[in-house]
Design a protein around this ligand. Sequence first.
Ligand code: ZN
Length: 271
Amino acid sequence: MCSALLAILTVLALTPARAHAAPATWSPPANLITPLDQVWQHQEQTYNNGDLYGFRNYGWDQVMANRGYVNYCVRWDSSATVTAAQRDAIHAALARQHKKWTDELTGHNAWPYAQVPVRVVGWAVRNRSQLQWTDTSVDIYVNDIRENAPQCGVPCGRFFNQNGRYPNCPGGVARHYDQSLWLTDGFGGGAGGDWGQRVGKEYFLNNINAADMHILLHEIGHTWGLDDFYDWTPSGVGGFLMKAGSAARITEFDAWMFRDWWRHLKSRYGY
Ligand SMILES: [Zn+2]
């Protein structure tokens, strides 16, 4: 028994981490073609008063404007203190979850980026003394309150400057932020959109090492344009991440819905 167990452990140890490769072309499995078409039609009919293509601040627009990265502000909507180690762990967890989506594009259908780095360029807080670091690795915004929560500066935010220019941002384009990670004391569930994602501070910290932080993954899906499915289900698909509560990770159907956004928007960026 011991030797068998050892053999299994050896095999596991020698198995190299598989590089994630998305399909090279638009080639969804046959059983997903109809539900994908249903989803796209539904989005076209219901987004932006029927003008899905008129909206210009999807996650796609942000990453393509940056040529392949995304900048974040952390809205620390909490009375807790934060150490430098916690700050860096929050950044790392956010980057890991974000990568779960962008890995689904790597090598797919002319998507131009092998990586989409996540940079945290700012932290917003009510009181500077909550942040227990003195280095200057992020910009710090103190007591700039909107929606009853601290925010990073309006002049630096993509949401407020959708032409992608930041003439009044002290750090310029390099320190602009595309999205906010809004962490709120005692907040249940989540919210997501072109402005970023909001989840509970406790949820985020309690799941900071989880392989799949599924509420955050779902909300990041919204930032990329993916829809909710509260009142209908596409034909023939079971649980999936964007149908809240029915899956706890990005499924094959989620990945193809995501790639469908790129398929439909890529001409806007010259691809
Ligand atoms: Zn949702």
